[in-house]
Ligand binder design. Structure first.
Ligand SMILES: Nc1ncnc2c1ncn2[C@@H]1O[C@H](COP(=O)(O)OP(=O)(O)OP(=O)(O)O)[C@@H](O)[C@H]1O
Ligand SMILES: [Mg+2]
Length: 300
């Protein structure tokens, strides 16, 4: 089983679109796929035409603290198609950011929740929220691979440095290795700006990038409103070809452990962070190493 998170602190860079469509095409190729919506915005859930307000249980019930084991991930699954299940989210998941604070094992809630699924799925895809907090940290702890969608804006690249800091902290403190690869999204080769940022991304990520590039495609935007993956919406769209290519590249790619050293230094402007999406109580802790090390007096 491969566990892949779609993560970037920058909002609106294509995390959910990637998570939904990668899941759809992997399932279409005969892989058994679970998509975990791990974002309180529940866009992946809504993007598959499920209304979160109709749900009695969601990912919140699976990872919340003081959870006595009564709701497992199997209890919340919604079949979306052949080989394709969804673990839905709802707004209540946002409470976890506060509720997990200070608890022992807070970074491993999701990991433990999916342990039992080892034999059930070939792929678990996790759609992360656009913030760095307990949810994102749990997703990184649970996964072995991260797709970092980059919508060719410098803000998107800036979101990457915090993510990398978390990945490095996971490696150093918990010996958890994660392979991170950038995925260019919303690429428009007609604009010089797109081409320039593309070059910056290549400089930073070098070989840790997908060959597949997701082009800007209005049909992909329309799919969010219709609650359908692109494959169910328009088989002739560029977005269809691009996400099918991505699924093929994911399947054939070897899972090699990330060589963080081979990810280049970010140009200095990327470290300047004009937007702090860092969730407050995690942001209080000066580094993510400190976050992991700061162990805990309470237990769940
Ligand atoms: N390749 C693309 N071409 C055109 N529009 C796209 C493309 N990919 C995504 N979009 C649109 O851009 C918007 C943001 O995409 P998406 O929701 O996938 O981003 P996100 O990173 O998950 O956002 P958030 O940070 O809020 O979770 C959506 O309206 C989506 O339909
Ligand atoms: Mg999203």
């Amino acid at each position: 089983m491969r566990i892949i998170a779609s993560a970037n602190q920058k909002g609106g860079c294509g995390k959910t679109t990637t998570a939904i469509n990668l899941s759809y095409f992997l399932a279409g190729k005969g892989e058994k796929v679970l998509l975990i919506d791990f974002d309180p915005q529940a866009h992946a859930t809504m993007g598959l035409n499920i209304d979160p307000s109709d749900l009695k249980v969601s990912m919140y019930d699976v990872v919340r603290p003081w959870h006595n084991g009564s709701t497992g991930i199997n209890d919340i699954l919604i079949p979306i198609g052949e080989n394709f299940d969804l673990a839905p989210s709802s707004a209540s998941l946002s409470a976890v950011e506060q509720e997990l604070s200070g608890l022992t094992g807070r970074e491993s809630k999701l990991l433990h929740a999916i342990e039992a699924l080892q034999m059930t799925y070939d792929y678990i895809i996790i759609d992360c929220p656009p913030s760095i907090g307990h949810l994102c940290f749990n997703a990184l702890r649970a996964c072995e691979e991260v797709i970092i969608p980059i919508d060719l804006s410098l803000f998107s690249l800036r979101g990457v440095s915090k993510l990398q800091e978390m990945i490095t902290a996971l490696k150093e403190k918990l010996d958890h290795d994660t392979t991170a690869r950038a995925l260019i999204t919303m690429y428009d080769n007609r604009t010089r700006y797109s081409r320039q940022v593309f070059d910056e991304v290549k400089e930073v990520f070098r070989e840790n990038m997908f060959e597949t590039v997701i082009r800007y495609n209005i049909r992909l935007r329309e799919t969010s409103d219709c609650g359908l993956p692109i494959g169910e919406y328009d088989k002739h769209a560029m977005g269809y070809r691009d996400y099918e290519d991505l699924a093929e590249e994911v399947i054939r790619s070897q899972v090699t452990k990330m060589n963080q050293a081979s990810i280049g230094e970010h140009p200095s402007y990327i470290h300047e962070s004009p937007q702090q999406h860092v969730t407050e109580h995690v942001g209080d802790e000066s580094t993510y190493s400190a976050y992991i090390m700061k162990e805990n007096t309470q237990t769940d």
